[in-house]
Design a protein around this ligand. Sequence first.
Ligand code: SF4
Ligand SMILES: [Zn+2]
Ligand SMILES: [Zn+2]
Length: 337
Amino acid sequence: MEQATLPAPFFLKLPNATLPGCRPIGSLEEWHSPLAKQHKRRHLPMNTTNTTNTTGLLGIICPVDDASVAFADCAACAARGGKPCPFPPEVLAAVVQRRPAFQKAPGEDLVISVTELIKCARRTRLEAIHGYYELLGGLYRMQRGTWIHGVLERLATGEAEKRLEWVFRRNGRVVRLTGKPDLVRDGVVYDYKVTENPPRGRRHYACQCGAEVIKLGRARKYTCPNCGEVGQQAIFSTYDAPAPRTSHTWQLRMYALLLAKAGTPVKAGEVIYLGPKEIVRVPVTLDEAATVARIKAQLDLLFADEMPPALADGSDDAWACDYCPLAEVCKQAPPKS
Ligand code: SF4
Ligand SMILES: [Zn+2]
Ligand SMILES: [Zn+2]
């Protein structure tokens, strides 16, 4: 469920970064780089009356005229029928509704959800000092996932959608980590992922000489870089089962840790990818020590004086950059990857 919801606000006052692309919104007017113009066009308010928030997700980019619009103004426009909007008002109301922010208890320095903690730390840091707008279509895609989660939650026979919390100290700061697994049943924690592109298994073919070979169409012929064309009798095949995305593995592991801290440990985890035509179920190996280390490492990136590095090109989580509304700002912000 959480994967489909919007980023929760980040409550910690982060160190001010001295980045060319990372001043508060008001000062961008004075900043004349090409990035500023692009950033302003894509992510700054143009016809909004929102003057309260200046950082984090501020509203949507309108599919009709590309304007950046505060959430309340978007809902009001839909109710008025102001533009030829393809979104029916009731759909739009669901897409632009905001959930209330987590509140810090006295003495807490940070409240953060599992879904926020597994996210790119650089993006979280940039969101804390930048305002931005999401494409309405992107929010709609997330909302569709939320609707599907809601139906499954009602039909589930296990324990669904129970919020878990764990309060601990990290380097003198009091942190509350909170998370809501989609389902816990018979000692297994599950998370649904609504996706157009579930992970797939892959078959590899190798020649007797050890080199990987290329299959030639549907014919039972292969090309080996050492031996040239070889027949099927000279080929070995191996199969890699579908693997969970790295961030999903950490998400399930963190839920398992929260369940253990709550006195209800689980023995296994599974990500259930709900694709357009098929369902792919992928087990996750739980590892409590690695999970604790991961939580510490992510928190250290969030608390550090320096901006964390960008996700490495080609890494398993680099796909997140394609959906990141602060990608242009990220490119300009040191340190470069
Ligand atoms: S573009 Fe990629 S590396 Fe940069 S902040 Fe966004 S998700 Fe992180
Ligand atoms: Zn889910
Ligand atoms: Zn060969």
